[in-house]
Ligand binder design. Structure first.
Ligand SMILES: Cc1ncc(COP(=O)(O)O)c(C=O)c1O
Length: 406
């Protein structure tokens, strides 16, 4: 007789919902479907040779250290290499700051939630927001306040209204979580005036700000903006990033840069999670950052992704119905589409799958509801031809839906 395992599952674990994106990806693997639903980098861009060579060197030359347990904060070579890398790319590292190595930036977000959130604390997020962050905060029973987002990222005038109302109602707001540059899912980037406004509000309302920044190193268009971390003069910004998009997500290496007092807290908390990020991978990443082997490839990454983004924007221009609009991302992996109000993106997805294309309906990314007529389209993984054909099929699926055809 089978065991009923559900009796043993904690109520917290039982409350975790399967990621809709993962469920969708499963579906698209079964049939030959063009998937604009995923969020994977283009695997042709992985630095295989560079990683192979660095791993060989590190294992042979530094094996005694590189294959050993290591400090929870990270190995010093990694921490120093990350600080130098960030400074080369305009992210300020202040005297009070330190870095902790994490297992991708997903663990960084999890550590932030685990360390800072008490049940019932409010977290301010963009609508839409990154699902992985919402889920990390949900796991610690955070509540959400949402701020709308447009082509220029979080609408900070709305943030001001939200915070004023929250104060009047006596809500315990702890932090603002944002992806200010090349947003996932929305593809937007905040200009500096909004960034400064956000930080002024963080001062006024005494909040911490989580700046989640996986994409800014390989933006493919000129746009002047300053990392929140660099604009921050008082130590309110917790900056998280990752090598997932500049090297390879399989390395599972990311980091948090923040005030040393916070880093010490994350360090203690993570000891019960995973002891430390993989030592060997930290050494490999440190070597690749310091040797310039990673930065030398950035232009190639930019040109591949720029071409794919352009193909998607052109196809949208051609195939989306009147009344639609979409973001024009300067980097990242996604274009966000606002369809006309009469189109429900979940219903559209059913028709789209019949036509052999998948995307992610946008409402999943809204922490407090909304976004029924939005969708996230990925351009990094499919080929240029698949992007063109996929968007064309979505256009047909919209016609199917509106015409009521089955
Ligand atoms: C905004 C954002 N944050 C965090 C992550 C997690 O990345 P990783 O854990 O691979 O570093 C992603 C991945 O797509 C992302 O888009």
């Amino acid at each position: 007789m089978g065991i009923d395992y559900s009796r043993f599952i904690s109520s917290k674990a039982a409350s975790i919902r399967a990621s809709e994106i993962r469920e969708l990806l499963k579906l698209t693997q079964k049939r030959r479907i063009i998937s604009l639903a995923g969020g994977l980098p283009d695997p042709r861009l992985f630095p295989r040779e560079e990683i192979a060579e660095a791993a060989r060197q590190v294992a042979l030359e530094l094996g005694e250290k590189a294959l050993q347990y290591s400090p929870s904060r990270g190995v010093p070579e990694f921490i120093d290499a990350v600080k130098r890398f960030l400074q080369r790319h305009g992210v300020a590292v202040r005297g009070w700051d330190d870095v902790i190595a994490t297992v991708g930036s997903q663990e960084a977000l999890y550590l932030v939630a685990k360390t800072l959130i008490d049940p019932g604390d409010y977290v301010v997020v963009e609508a839409p927001s990154y699902l992985g962050a919402l889920n990390a905060f949900r796991h610690y029973d955070a509540r959400f306040l949402t701020v709308p987002l447009d082509e220029n990222g979080m609408v900070t005038d709305e943030l001001e209204r939200v915070l004023r109302r929250a104060r009047a109602e006596g809500l315990r707001v702890k932090l603002v979580y944002t992806v200010p540059t090349c947003h996932n899912p929305a593809g937007s980037t905040m200009p500096d005036d909004r960034r400064k406004h956000l930080l002024e509000l963080a001062e006024e309302y005494d909040l911490l700000v989580v700046e989640d920044d996986p994409y800014s190193f390989i933006t493919f268009e000129e746009m002047r903006y300053t990392p929140l971390k660099t604009l921050d003069r008082s130590g309110r910004v917790i900056y998280t990033s990752t090598v997932s998009k500049i090297m390879a997500p399989g390395l599972r290496i990311g980091w948090i840069l923040a005030h040393d007092e916070l880093i010490s807290r994350f360090e203690l908390v993570r000891q019960a999670v995973d002891l430390h990020a993989p030592t060997l991978n930290q050494y490999v990443v440190a070597r690749l950052l310091d040797s310039g082997a990673v930065e030398r490839r950035f232009d190639a990454l930019r040109s591949v992704y720029r071409e794919k983004r352009d193909a998607m924007l052109e196809a949208l221009e051609e195939h989306m119905p009147e009344g639609s609009r979409w973001t024009r991302p300067i980097g990242g992996l996604f274009v966000w589409v606002w369809l006309p109000e009469d189109i429900n993106a979940r219903k559209l997805l059913e028709r789209a799958i019949e036509r052999g294309v998948a995307f992610v309906p946008g409402d999943a990314f809204y922490a407090t509801g909304g976004g029924h007529n939005t969708m996230r389209l990925n351009f990094s993984y499919p080929s240029v031809d698949e992007i063109r054909e996929g968007v064309r099929r979505i256009g047909e699926a919209i016609a199917d839906l509106r015409g009521g055809r089955r």
